[in-house]
Design a protein around this ligand. Sequence first.
Ligand code: ZN
Ligand code: ZN
Length: 371
Amino acid sequence: MQALAAVLYQAKEPLVLETVEVLPPGPGEITVRMMAAGVCHSDLHVMKGDLAMKTPIILGHEGAGIVEEIGKGVTSVQPGDHVIPIWRMSCGRCEYCLGGRPALCDVGTAMRFTGLMPDGQTRFRNAAGESILHYAGVSTFSQRSTMPEAAAVKIPTSVSFEHAALIGCGVITGYGAVMHATRVMPGSSVAVIGCGGIGLNIVQTARLAGATTIIAVDRVPAKLAYAKTMGATHLVDACENDPVAAVKDLTGGRGVDHAFEAIGLAEPIEQAYDMTKKGGICVVVGIAPPEARARINVNQLVYAEKTLKGSIYGSTRPRLDLLTLIDLHAQGKIDLDSLLTRTYPLSQINEAYAALDRGEVARSLVMPQEG
Ligand SMILES: [Zn+2]
Ligand SMILES: [Zn+2]
């Protein structure tokens, strides 16, 4: 099978649009016709070389599509089913899967860092016959992608591909940070540093959970405006104010019950920790460069009983929580339309990433079938 795909040959260079060969699904695998794919910062980190990955590789980890073909032994989906790819596949057997933390699965983690399928091979070839790696096991920046059956969850056909693709990364990650990594309660105070695709979903889930103080912190006024739409009660422009002082001012000097860092840099992580109140929880969601180190006042871990923790994939169980989010959206409790700023055909993916890098969009999608 052939497909148009956006291939990263070298970090800091544009993605190359080319036709690739997609191998048919082997046993336990499926091939998905990708209908929408999310333009997310995690991929941008790889494009910029901040997160090292071998190349060539087809990036893209958020998406939604239609199962086109299934391999031997596949039982959870049939051709024609709509699916959301799971960007950290879980094997169901390792200690993390059995412990209810599938995003930490050893098999999924290995796929993310090697770019290989569990059998150590790839399912993409370029015109020269060269093997192309998979990103996060799902490679959504291709019109077709072959992946393990365990890397996709069947969804109702009533949800649009655009909405499903948004739910698959930024929405579930932000939602889970609020509902699973910590537990925001009615009346809680919350601060969010970084109002991109994940931060905005932290804001709207905090609203859903009943938080009465939701402070959004960012340096880009347009992102703060999005945060207000999604439920922020207070906005702090970090270019003009010290975020820690501003959050303390807004909370009677105490700080917030739950602080979230959704950028992935040392300084905002330190700020998020400092604005967490006594007994509060600071959750880091942003992906930092591997060598990043933050300076934390360790004395406060004890005297103030603060908790500092990280969360990947919203600490969720995607097979269950993706479906919960589809229901919440259907009931009007999760807003997806305010998040979606633009769509682009796959051929304009480099422009889509340039706009993301400039901070112009809340969330955008590329539509692989539009070419
Ligand atoms: Zn993402
Ligand atoms: Zn596992």
